[in-house]
Design a protein around this ligand. Structure first.
Ligand code: NAD
Length: 509
Protein backbone atom coordinates (compact mmCIF):
# COMPACT_ATOMS: atom_id res chain seq x y z
CA UNK A 1 0.00 0.00 0.00
CA UNK A 2 1.33 3.43 -0.91
CA UNK A 3 1.08 6.18 1.68
CA UNK A 4 0.81 9.90 1.06
CA UNK A 5 1.67 12.75 3.40
CA UNK A 6 -0.86 14.77 5.36
CA UNK A 7 -1.00 18.49 4.69
CA UNK A 8 0.00 20.67 7.63
CA UNK A 9 2.90 19.19 9.55
CA UNK A 10 5.85 19.86 7.29
CA UNK A 11 6.40 23.56 7.97
CA UNK A 12 6.91 22.94 11.69
CA UNK A 13 9.28 20.06 10.96
CA UNK A 14 11.33 22.14 8.48
CA UNK A 15 11.50 25.09 10.87
CA UNK A 16 12.54 22.76 13.70
CA UNK A 17 15.42 21.42 11.62
CA UNK A 18 16.52 24.90 10.49
CA UNK A 19 16.33 26.21 14.01
CA UNK A 20 18.32 23.26 15.34
CA UNK A 21 21.03 23.83 12.75
CA UNK A 22 21.31 27.48 13.76
CA UNK A 23 19.56 29.27 10.89
CA UNK A 24 18.42 32.55 12.37
CA UNK A 25 14.73 33.38 12.29
CA UNK A 26 15.49 36.64 10.44
CA UNK A 27 16.60 34.61 7.40
CA UNK A 28 13.13 33.06 7.25
CA UNK A 29 11.37 36.31 6.48
CA UNK A 30 10.72 37.67 3.02
CA UNK A 31 8.47 37.55 0.01
CA UNK A 32 9.47 34.28 -1.62
CA UNK A 33 7.55 31.26 -0.38
CA UNK A 34 9.56 28.08 0.05
CA UNK A 35 7.22 25.17 -0.58
CA UNK A 36 7.34 21.41 -0.21
CA UNK A 37 6.59 19.18 -3.21
CA UNK A 38 5.30 16.57 -0.76
CA UNK A 39 2.07 18.50 -0.17
CA UNK A 40 2.51 21.85 -1.91
CA UNK A 41 2.35 23.64 1.45
CA UNK A 42 4.42 26.70 2.29
CA UNK A 43 7.30 25.84 4.63
CA UNK A 44 8.69 29.33 5.22
CA UNK A 45 9.45 32.59 3.46
CA UNK A 46 12.85 33.88 2.40
CA UNK A 47 14.18 37.16 1.03
CA UNK A 48 15.54 37.41 -2.51
CA UNK A 49 18.69 39.44 -3.01
CA UNK A 50 18.80 42.17 -5.60
CA UNK A 51 21.68 42.74 -8.03
CA UNK A 52 23.28 45.35 -5.74
CA UNK A 53 23.32 43.00 -2.79
CA UNK A 54 24.89 40.30 -4.95
CA UNK A 55 27.54 42.81 -6.03
CA UNK A 56 28.27 43.56 -2.37
CA UNK A 57 28.56 39.83 -1.62
CA UNK A 58 31.04 39.42 -4.48
CA UNK A 59 33.15 42.32 -3.21
CA UNK A 60 33.26 40.81 0.30
CA UNK A 61 34.11 37.41 -1.19
CA UNK A 62 36.98 38.99 -3.11
CA UNK A 63 38.36 40.54 0.07
CA UNK A 64 38.13 37.13 1.76
CA UNK A 65 39.94 35.54 -1.18
CA UNK A 66 42.87 37.97 -0.83
CA UNK A 67 43.41 36.63 2.70
CA UNK A 68 42.55 33.01 2.09
CA UNK A 69 44.87 32.54 -0.90
CA UNK A 70 47.93 32.89 1.35
CA UNK A 71 46.76 30.32 3.91
CA UNK A 72 48.74 27.09 3.22
CA UNK A 73 46.65 24.63 1.23
CA UNK A 74 46.78 21.79 3.83
CA UNK A 75 45.51 24.29 6.42
CA UNK A 76 42.69 25.20 4.04
CA UNK A 77 42.03 21.48 3.84
CA UNK A 78 41.55 21.46 7.60
CA UNK A 79 38.54 23.77 7.24
CA UNK A 80 37.00 21.36 4.73
CA UNK A 81 37.78 18.42 7.01
CA UNK A 82 35.92 20.16 9.84
CA UNK A 83 33.04 20.89 7.49
CA UNK A 84 32.90 17.17 6.69
CA UNK A 85 32.70 16.43 10.41
CA UNK A 86 29.86 18.91 10.88
CA UNK A 87 28.04 17.34 7.94
CA UNK A 88 28.39 13.91 9.52
CA UNK A 89 26.84 15.25 12.71
CA UNK A 90 24.00 16.99 10.82
CA UNK A 91 23.46 14.26 8.21
CA UNK A 92 20.07 13.03 9.41
CA UNK A 93 18.63 16.55 9.75
CA UNK A 94 19.94 17.83 6.44
CA UNK A 95 18.82 14.67 4.65
CA UNK A 96 15.31 15.05 6.13
CA UNK A 97 15.21 18.64 4.90
CA UNK A 98 16.32 17.59 1.39
CA UNK A 99 13.42 15.14 1.41
CA UNK A 100 10.93 17.78 2.57
CA UNK A 101 12.10 20.51 0.18
CA UNK A 102 13.18 18.57 -2.92
CA UNK A 103 10.99 15.46 -2.54
CA UNK A 104 13.76 12.87 -2.61
CA UNK A 105 13.08 9.53 -0.92
CA UNK A 106 14.81 9.18 2.45
CA UNK A 107 17.73 7.02 1.27
CA UNK A 108 18.43 9.40 -1.63
CA UNK A 109 18.28 12.42 0.69
CA UNK A 110 20.82 10.69 2.94
CA UNK A 111 22.84 9.70 -0.11
CA UNK A 112 23.04 13.30 -1.24
CA UNK A 113 24.46 14.39 2.13
CA UNK A 114 26.86 11.42 2.03
CA UNK A 115 28.10 12.73 -1.31
CA UNK A 116 28.91 16.04 0.41
CA UNK A 117 30.86 14.18 3.09
CA UNK A 118 32.71 12.18 0.43
CA UNK A 119 33.79 15.26 -1.48
CA UNK A 120 35.01 16.85 1.77
CA UNK A 121 37.20 13.80 2.39
CA UNK A 122 38.44 13.92 -1.20
CA UNK A 123 39.18 17.65 -1.03
CA UNK A 124 40.97 17.34 2.33
CA UNK A 125 43.39 14.82 0.79
CA UNK A 126 43.67 16.96 -2.31
CA UNK A 127 44.81 19.92 -0.21
CA UNK A 128 48.23 18.23 0.00
CA UNK A 129 48.28 17.32 -3.69
CA UNK A 130 47.80 20.48 -5.72
CA UNK A 131 50.81 19.39 -7.75
CA UNK A 132 52.54 21.25 -10.53
CA UNK A 133 54.97 19.77 -13.03
CA UNK A 134 58.68 20.21 -13.56
CA UNK A 135 59.18 20.37 -17.30
CA UNK A 136 62.31 19.60 -19.32
CA UNK A 137 63.74 22.83 -20.74
CA UNK A 138 65.75 23.20 -23.93
CA UNK A 139 68.02 25.83 -22.36
CA UNK A 140 71.11 24.99 -20.28
CA UNK A 141 71.14 26.05 -16.61
CA UNK A 142 67.41 26.60 -16.65
CA UNK A 143 64.50 25.05 -14.88
CA UNK A 144 60.89 25.21 -16.04
CA UNK A 145 57.91 24.43 -13.87
CA UNK A 146 54.21 24.84 -13.57
CA UNK A 147 52.52 26.23 -10.45
CA UNK A 148 48.85 26.37 -9.57
CA UNK A 149 47.49 29.39 -7.74
CA UNK A 150 44.08 30.29 -6.31
CA UNK A 151 41.98 32.04 -8.93
CA UNK A 152 39.51 34.24 -7.03
CA UNK A 153 35.78 34.18 -6.39
CA UNK A 154 33.92 31.12 -7.69
CA UNK A 155 30.23 31.65 -8.45
CA UNK A 156 28.07 28.55 -8.04
CA UNK A 157 24.58 28.41 -9.53
CA UNK A 158 22.75 25.19 -8.69
CA UNK A 159 19.59 23.32 -9.68
CA UNK A 160 16.73 22.12 -7.48
CA UNK A 161 17.32 18.41 -7.95
CA UNK A 162 20.69 18.25 -6.17
CA UNK A 163 20.03 21.13 -3.79
CA UNK A 164 23.09 20.60 -1.58
CA UNK A 165 25.59 18.18 -3.21
CA UNK A 166 26.31 20.25 -6.32
CA UNK A 167 27.44 23.24 -4.26
CA UNK A 168 29.72 20.99 -2.20
CA UNK A 169 31.40 19.45 -5.29
CA UNK A 170 32.39 22.96 -6.25
CA UNK A 171 32.91 24.57 -2.86
CA UNK A 172 34.99 21.84 -1.18
CA UNK A 173 37.46 21.97 -4.07
CA UNK A 174 37.37 25.76 -4.36
CA UNK A 175 38.11 26.24 -0.64
CA UNK A 176 41.19 23.98 -0.68
CA UNK A 177 42.28 25.66 -3.91
CA UNK A 178 42.29 29.00 -2.05
CA UNK A 179 39.15 30.53 -3.54
CA UNK A 180 36.08 32.18 -2.06
CA UNK A 181 32.59 30.99 -3.09
CA UNK A 182 29.34 32.83 -3.73
CA UNK A 183 26.40 30.42 -4.07
CA UNK A 184 23.09 31.10 -5.79
CA UNK A 185 20.96 28.00 -5.15
CA UNK A 186 17.75 27.16 -6.97
CA UNK A 187 14.87 29.41 -5.96
CA UNK A 188 12.92 26.15 -5.46
CA UNK A 189 15.23 24.95 -2.65
CA UNK A 190 16.38 27.93 -0.52
CA UNK A 191 15.90 26.22 2.86
CA UNK A 192 18.40 23.40 2.29
CA UNK A 193 20.86 26.09 1.15
CA UNK A 194 20.32 28.05 4.36
CA UNK A 195 20.88 24.85 6.33
CA UNK A 196 24.17 24.14 4.53
CA UNK A 197 25.30 27.73 5.11
CA UNK A 198 24.64 27.31 8.85
CA UNK A 199 26.52 23.98 8.96
CA UNK A 200 29.48 25.58 7.17
CA UNK A 201 29.48 28.38 9.75
CA UNK A 202 29.84 25.80 12.53
CA UNK A 203 32.96 24.44 10.84
CA UNK A 204 34.28 27.98 10.28
CA UNK A 205 33.78 28.81 13.97
CA UNK A 206 35.77 25.73 14.99
CA UNK A 207 38.52 26.57 12.47
CA UNK A 208 38.78 29.98 14.04
CA UNK A 209 40.17 32.32 11.41
CA UNK A 210 37.99 32.08 8.33
CA UNK A 211 37.73 35.44 6.59
CA UNK A 212 34.18 36.80 6.57
CA UNK A 213 32.79 36.37 3.07
CA UNK A 214 34.70 33.19 2.22
CA UNK A 215 31.39 31.41 1.72
CA UNK A 216 28.35 33.51 0.88
CA UNK A 217 24.82 32.49 0.08
CA UNK A 218 22.78 34.72 -2.20
CA UNK A 219 19.12 33.78 -2.48
CA UNK A 220 17.03 34.70 -5.47
CA UNK A 221 15.96 33.60 -8.92
CA UNK A 222 17.38 34.25 -12.35
CA UNK A 223 18.28 37.92 -11.64
CA UNK A 224 20.55 36.99 -8.74
CA UNK A 225 22.21 34.35 -10.95
CA UNK A 226 22.70 36.87 -13.74
CA UNK A 227 24.40 39.30 -11.35
CA UNK A 228 26.98 36.56 -10.66
CA UNK A 229 27.28 35.68 -14.33
CA UNK A 230 28.00 39.24 -15.44
CA UNK A 231 30.43 40.29 -12.69
CA UNK A 232 34.06 40.42 -13.80
CA UNK A 233 34.98 39.88 -10.15
CA UNK A 234 33.90 36.25 -10.54
CA UNK A 235 36.55 34.53 -12.69
CA UNK A 236 34.84 31.11 -12.52
CA UNK A 237 31.11 30.51 -12.82
CA UNK A 238 29.96 26.94 -12.24
CA UNK A 239 26.37 26.67 -13.42
CA UNK A 240 24.23 23.55 -13.06
CA UNK A 241 20.77 23.45 -14.57
CA UNK A 242 18.90 23.23 -17.85
CA UNK A 243 20.49 23.61 -21.25
CA UNK A 244 18.24 26.67 -21.73
CA UNK A 245 19.95 28.30 -18.74
CA UNK A 246 23.41 27.36 -20.06
CA UNK A 247 22.61 28.87 -23.43
CA UNK A 248 22.12 32.23 -21.70
CA UNK A 249 24.96 31.91 -19.19
CA UNK A 250 27.76 30.63 -21.47
CA UNK A 251 27.99 33.59 -23.88
CA UNK A 252 27.65 36.12 -21.05
CA UNK A 253 30.53 34.61 -19.08
CA UNK A 254 32.56 34.30 -22.30
CA UNK A 255 31.89 37.94 -23.22
CA UNK A 256 33.90 39.02 -20.17
CA UNK A 257 36.48 36.22 -20.66
CA UNK A 258 35.38 34.38 -17.52
CA UNK A 259 35.61 30.61 -17.18
CA UNK A 260 32.33 28.69 -17.16
CA UNK A 261 31.89 25.17 -15.81
CA UNK A 262 28.58 24.10 -17.33
CA UNK A 263 26.65 21.08 -16.03
CA UNK A 264 23.46 21.06 -18.08
CA UNK A 265 20.72 18.73 -19.27
CA UNK A 266 21.15 15.06 -20.10
CA UNK A 267 19.21 12.57 -22.18
CA UNK A 268 20.85 9.37 -21.14
CA UNK A 269 20.55 6.02 -22.86
CA UNK A 270 21.30 2.40 -22.10
CA UNK A 271 21.80 -0.28 -24.72
CA UNK A 272 20.65 -3.78 -23.77
CA UNK A 273 22.44 -6.43 -25.82
CA UNK A 274 21.38 -10.05 -26.44
CA UNK A 275 23.94 -11.39 -23.95
CA UNK A 276 22.88 -9.03 -21.11
CA UNK A 277 22.19 -10.41 -17.64
CA UNK A 278 18.49 -9.51 -17.57
CA UNK A 279 18.04 -9.78 -13.78
CA UNK A 280 20.77 -7.23 -13.26
CA UNK A 281 19.53 -5.11 -16.17
CA UNK A 282 15.96 -4.86 -14.84
CA UNK A 283 17.19 -3.69 -11.42
CA UNK A 284 19.62 -1.21 -12.94
CA UNK A 285 17.01 0.20 -15.32
CA UNK A 286 14.40 0.51 -12.57
CA UNK A 287 16.67 2.62 -10.36
CA UNK A 288 18.17 4.69 -13.17
CA UNK A 289 14.83 5.48 -14.83
CA UNK A 290 12.44 5.81 -11.87
CA UNK A 291 14.78 6.85 -9.02
CA UNK A 292 14.49 10.49 -7.89
CA UNK A 293 11.17 10.43 -9.81
CA UNK A 294 13.14 10.78 -13.04
CA UNK A 295 14.58 14.10 -11.89
CA UNK A 296 18.31 13.45 -12.11
CA UNK A 297 20.44 14.90 -14.88
CA UNK A 298 21.72 11.32 -15.30
CA UNK A 299 18.26 9.68 -15.23
CA UNK A 300 17.89 6.92 -17.80
CA UNK A 301 15.53 8.30 -20.45
CA UNK A 302 16.13 6.04 -23.47
CA UNK A 303 16.41 2.25 -23.47
CA UNK A 304 17.76 0.75 -26.70
CA UNK A 305 16.92 -2.96 -26.66
CA UNK A 306 18.06 -5.67 -29.09
CA UNK A 307 15.11 -7.14 -31.01
CA UNK A 308 15.98 -10.70 -29.91
CA UNK A 309 15.46 -9.97 -26.19
CA UNK A 310 12.84 -7.22 -26.47
CA UNK A 311 9.94 -9.57 -25.73
CA UNK A 312 11.78 -11.11 -22.77
CA UNK A 313 12.73 -7.79 -21.21
CA UNK A 314 9.63 -5.63 -21.72
CA UNK A 315 7.17 -7.69 -19.61
CA UNK A 316 9.68 -7.70 -16.75
CA UNK A 317 10.11 -3.95 -16.95
CA UNK A 318 6.35 -3.40 -17.10
CA UNK A 319 6.00 -5.51 -13.97
CA UNK A 320 8.63 -3.40 -12.19
CA UNK A 321 6.87 -0.22 -13.33
CA UNK A 322 3.52 -1.55 -12.17
CA UNK A 323 4.75 -2.52 -8.72
CA UNK A 324 6.95 0.45 -7.81
CA UNK A 325 5.62 2.37 -4.77
CA UNK A 326 4.82 6.02 -5.47
CA UNK A 327 4.06 8.14 -2.43
CA UNK A 328 5.40 9.88 0.66
CA UNK A 329 9.17 9.97 0.14
CA UNK A 330 9.67 9.68 3.92
CA UNK A 331 8.01 6.23 4.01
CA UNK A 332 10.45 3.31 3.91
CA UNK A 333 8.54 1.44 1.19
CA UNK A 334 8.36 4.42 -1.21
CA UNK A 335 10.72 4.41 -4.19
CA UNK A 336 9.22 7.30 -6.16
CA UNK A 337 8.38 10.61 -4.51
CA UNK A 338 6.66 13.65 -6.03
CA UNK A 339 7.66 15.81 -8.99
CA UNK A 340 9.00 19.17 -7.93
CA UNK A 341 5.92 21.14 -9.08
CA UNK A 342 2.95 21.46 -11.41
CA UNK A 343 5.12 22.80 -14.22
CA UNK A 344 7.13 19.57 -14.20
CA UNK A 345 3.89 17.57 -14.32
CA UNK A 346 2.56 19.64 -17.24
CA UNK A 347 5.82 19.18 -19.18
CA UNK A 348 5.59 15.43 -18.60
CA UNK A 349 2.03 15.28 -19.96
CA UNK A 350 3.00 17.34 -23.04
CA UNK A 351 5.86 14.92 -23.78
CA UNK A 352 3.62 11.86 -23.33
CA UNK A 353 1.00 13.38 -25.66
CA UNK A 354 3.65 14.07 -28.30
CA UNK A 355 4.97 10.52 -27.93
CA UNK A 356 1.46 9.10 -28.42
CA UNK A 357 0.96 11.28 -31.49
CA UNK A 358 4.18 9.86 -32.94
CA UNK A 359 2.99 6.27 -32.46
CA UNK A 360 4.29 5.65 -28.94
CA UNK A 361 2.52 3.19 -26.64
CA UNK A 362 2.41 4.57 -23.10
CA UNK A 363 2.21 2.53 -19.90
CA UNK A 364 1.78 4.60 -16.71
CA UNK A 365 2.37 8.35 -16.55
CA UNK A 366 -0.87 9.23 -14.77
CA UNK A 367 -1.18 11.49 -11.73
CA UNK A 368 -2.06 9.90 -8.38
CA UNK A 369 -3.51 11.29 -5.12
CA UNK A 370 -4.59 14.49 -6.89
CA UNK A 371 -7.82 14.77 -4.86
CA UNK A 372 -6.14 14.52 -1.46
CA UNK A 373 -3.13 16.60 -2.50
CA UNK A 374 -4.22 19.10 -5.17
CA UNK A 375 -0.96 21.08 -4.90
CA UNK A 376 1.40 18.10 -5.01
CA UNK A 377 2.27 16.18 -8.16
CA UNK A 378 2.76 12.45 -7.74
CA UNK A 379 2.87 10.42 -10.97
CA UNK A 380 3.30 6.83 -11.92
CA UNK A 381 6.53 6.53 -13.93
CA UNK A 382 5.88 6.09 -17.65
CA UNK A 383 7.30 3.45 -19.95
CA UNK A 384 6.84 4.40 -23.60
CA UNK A 385 7.48 2.01 -26.48
CA UNK A 386 8.50 4.16 -29.43
CA UNK A 387 8.71 3.27 -33.12
CA UNK A 388 11.64 5.67 -33.63
CA UNK A 389 13.83 8.26 -31.94
CA UNK A 390 11.53 11.23 -32.53
CA UNK A 391 12.12 14.88 -31.53
CA UNK A 392 10.30 14.22 -28.25
CA UNK A 393 12.63 11.34 -27.45
CA UNK A 394 15.64 13.49 -28.34
CA UNK A 395 14.59 16.22 -25.85
CA UNK A 396 15.14 16.07 -22.07
CA UNK A 397 11.82 16.05 -20.21
CA UNK A 398 12.65 16.27 -16.52
CA UNK A 399 10.21 13.60 -15.35
CA UNK A 400 10.07 9.79 -15.10
CA UNK A 401 9.57 8.85 -18.74
CA UNK A 402 11.55 5.98 -20.22
CA UNK A 403 11.35 5.66 -24.01
CA UNK A 404 12.08 2.17 -25.32
CA UNK A 405 13.51 1.63 -28.79
CA UNK A 406 14.45 -1.56 -30.67
CA UNK A 407 17.70 -2.20 -32.52
CA UNK A 408 19.14 -5.09 -34.46
CA UNK A 409 22.74 -4.09 -35.11
CA UNK A 410 25.17 -2.83 -32.42
CA UNK A 411 26.46 0.01 -34.61
CA UNK A 412 22.86 1.20 -34.99
CA UNK A 413 22.43 1.13 -31.19
CA UNK A 414 25.57 3.22 -30.66
CA UNK A 415 24.33 5.62 -33.33
CA UNK A 416 20.99 6.01 -31.50
CA UNK A 417 22.85 6.57 -28.21
CA UNK A 418 24.85 9.41 -29.79
CA UNK A 419 22.15 10.88 -32.03
CA UNK A 420 20.67 13.26 -29.42
CA UNK A 421 22.00 16.80 -28.71
CA UNK A 422 22.96 16.00 -25.08
CA UNK A 423 26.02 13.99 -24.03
CA UNK A 424 25.98 13.29 -20.31
CA UNK A 425 25.70 9.62 -19.29
CA UNK A 426 25.30 6.28 -21.06
CA UNK A 427 25.45 2.54 -20.40
CA UNK A 428 25.67 -0.78 -22.15
CA UNK A 429 24.38 -4.02 -20.69
CA UNK A 430 26.31 -6.90 -22.21
CA UNK A 431 28.56 -9.81 -21.33
CA UNK A 432 30.19 -9.62 -24.76
CA UNK A 433 33.68 -8.14 -24.40
CA UNK A 434 33.71 -6.76 -27.94
CA UNK A 435 30.50 -4.80 -27.45
CA UNK A 436 31.59 -3.49 -24.05
CA UNK A 437 34.98 -2.32 -25.29
CA UNK A 438 33.58 -0.83 -28.50
CA UNK A 439 31.05 1.15 -26.45
CA UNK A 440 33.88 2.62 -24.33
CA UNK A 441 36.17 3.25 -27.32
CA UNK A 442 36.68 6.36 -29.45
CA UNK A 443 34.05 4.99 -31.84
CA UNK A 444 31.57 4.28 -29.04
CA UNK A 445 29.50 6.44 -26.70
CA UNK A 446 30.12 10.18 -27.09
CA UNK A 447 29.12 10.94 -23.49
CA UNK A 448 31.14 12.18 -20.53
CA UNK A 449 30.07 9.08 -18.61
CA UNK A 450 30.00 5.63 -20.24
CA UNK A 451 29.27 2.57 -18.07
CA UNK A 452 29.15 -1.19 -18.51
CA UNK A 453 26.54 -3.26 -16.66
CA UNK A 454 25.46 -0.44 -14.38
CA UNK A 455 22.95 2.29 -15.16
CA UNK A 456 23.90 5.84 -16.16
CA UNK A 457 22.97 7.46 -12.84
CA UNK A 458 24.56 7.39 -9.39
CA UNK A 459 28.13 8.52 -10.05
CA UNK A 460 30.84 8.42 -7.36
CA UNK A 461 32.70 11.62 -6.49
CA UNK A 462 36.15 10.15 -7.30
CA UNK A 463 35.60 10.50 -11.04
CA UNK A 464 35.16 13.63 -13.13
CA UNK A 465 31.44 14.30 -13.57
CA UNK A 466 29.95 16.03 -16.60
CA UNK A 467 29.13 15.67 -20.26
CA UNK A 468 29.58 16.84 -23.81
CA UNK A 469 27.53 18.72 -26.43
CA UNK A 470 24.47 20.46 -24.94
CA UNK A 471 25.37 19.11 -21.49
CA UNK A 472 27.94 21.90 -21.54
CA UNK A 473 31.38 20.25 -21.40
CA UNK A 474 32.05 20.99 -17.70
CA UNK A 475 33.62 18.52 -15.29
CA UNK A 476 33.20 18.56 -11.52
CA UNK A 477 34.21 16.53 -8.42
CA UNK A 478 37.11 14.06 -8.61
CA UNK A 479 40.03 13.27 -10.91
CA UNK A 480 41.83 16.52 -11.86
CA UNK A 481 38.71 18.75 -11.80
CA UNK A 482 40.40 20.93 -9.15
CA UNK A 483 42.40 22.56 -11.94
CA UNK A 484 39.28 24.46 -13.05
CA UNK A 485 39.35 26.37 -9.73
CA UNK A 486 42.95 27.53 -10.04
CA UNK A 487 45.08 29.54 -12.41
CA UNK A 488 48.19 27.98 -13.92
CA UNK A 489 51.51 29.78 -14.15
CA UNK A 490 54.49 28.52 -16.15
CA UNK A 491 57.77 29.62 -14.56
CA UNK A 492 61.22 29.52 -16.17
CA UNK A 493 64.23 30.12 -13.96
CA UNK A 494 67.75 30.84 -15.21
CA UNK A 495 70.34 29.78 -12.63
CA UNK A 496 73.30 30.31 -15.00
CA UNK A 497 75.22 33.38 -16.10
CA UNK A 498 74.33 33.33 -19.80
CA UNK A 499 71.04 34.18 -21.44
CA UNK A 500 70.33 31.56 -24.11
CA UNK A 501 67.07 32.32 -25.93
CA UNK A 502 64.49 29.71 -26.81
CA UNK A 503 64.35 28.31 -30.33
CA UNK A 504 68.02 29.28 -30.81
CA UNK A 505 67.17 32.94 -31.41
CA UNK A 506 70.16 35.28 -31.17
CA UNK A 507 69.74 38.89 -30.11
CA UNK A 508 73.10 40.34 -29.06
CA UNK A 509 73.14 44.01 -28.17
P1 NAD B 1 17.05 25.65 -14.22
O1 NAD B 1 17.87 25.82 -15.44
O2 NAD B 1 15.64 26.07 -14.26
O3 NAD B 1 17.72 26.43 -12.99
C1 NAD B 1 19.01 26.12 -12.54
C2 NAD B 1 19.61 27.32 -11.83
O4 NAD B 1 19.91 28.33 -12.80
C3 NAD B 1 18.68 27.98 -10.82
O5 NAD B 1 19.45 28.38 -9.70
C4 NAD B 1 18.15 29.20 -11.57
O6 NAD B 1 17.75 30.26 -10.75
C5 NAD B 1 19.38 29.58 -12.37
N1 NAD B 1 19.15 30.36 -13.60
C6 NAD B 1 18.16 30.21 -14.49
N2 NAD B 1 18.32 31.07 -15.52
C7 NAD B 1 19.46 31.77 -15.27
C8 NAD B 1 20.16 32.80 -15.94
N3 NAD B 1 19.73 33.29 -17.09
N4 NAD B 1 21.30 33.28 -15.39
C9 NAD B 1 21.77 32.78 -14.22
N5 NAD B 1 21.13 31.82 -13.53
C10 NAD B 1 19.99 31.30 -14.05
O7 NAD B 1 17.17 24.08 -13.82
P2 NAD B 1 16.34 23.26 -12.74
O8 NAD B 1 14.95 23.06 -13.19
O9 NAD B 1 16.58 23.79 -11.37
O10 NAD B 1 17.11 21.86 -12.80
C11 NAD B 1 16.84 20.86 -13.74
C12 NAD B 1 17.84 20.89 -14.88
O11 NAD B 1 19.18 20.86 -14.37
C13 NAD B 1 17.74 19.69 -15.78
O12 NAD B 1 17.89 20.10 -17.11
C14 NAD B 1 18.91 18.81 -15.35
O13 NAD B 1 19.37 17.91 -16.33
C15 NAD B 1 19.93 19.85 -15.04
N6 NAD B 1 20.96 19.34 -14.13
C16 NAD B 1 22.18 19.07 -14.64
C17 NAD B 1 23.16 18.54 -13.83
C18 NAD B 1 24.51 18.19 -14.36
O14 NAD B 1 25.40 17.97 -13.56
N7 NAD B 1 24.70 18.12 -15.66
C19 NAD B 1 22.89 18.31 -12.47
C20 NAD B 1 21.63 18.62 -11.98
C21 NAD B 1 20.66 19.14 -12.82
Amino acid sequence: MSSFPQIGALAAQARGILNGLGVSASRLEGHRAATSPLTGEVLAHVADMGAEEVEGAIARAHAAFLEWRTVPAPRRGELVRLFGEELRAAKADLAALVTIEAGKIASEGAGEVQEMIDICDFATGLSRQLHGLTIATERPDHRMMETWHPIGVVGVISAFNFPVAVWSWNAALAFVCGDAVVWKPSEKTPLTALAVDAIFRRAAARFGSVPEGLSTLVLGAREAGEALVDDAGVPVVSATGSTAMGRVVAPRVAARFGRAILELGGNNAAIVCPSADLDLTVRAVAFAAMGTAGQRCTTLRRLIVHADIYDALLPRLKKAYGSVRVGDPRAAETLVGPLIDGEAFAAMQVALEAARAAGGVVTGGERVAADALPDAFYVRPALVEMPAQTDTVAAETFAPILYVLRYSDFAEAVHLNNEVPQGLASSVFTTNLREAELFLSAAGSDCGIANVNIGPSGAEIGGAFGGEKETGGGREAGSDCWKAYMRRATNTINYGTRLPLAQGVTFDV
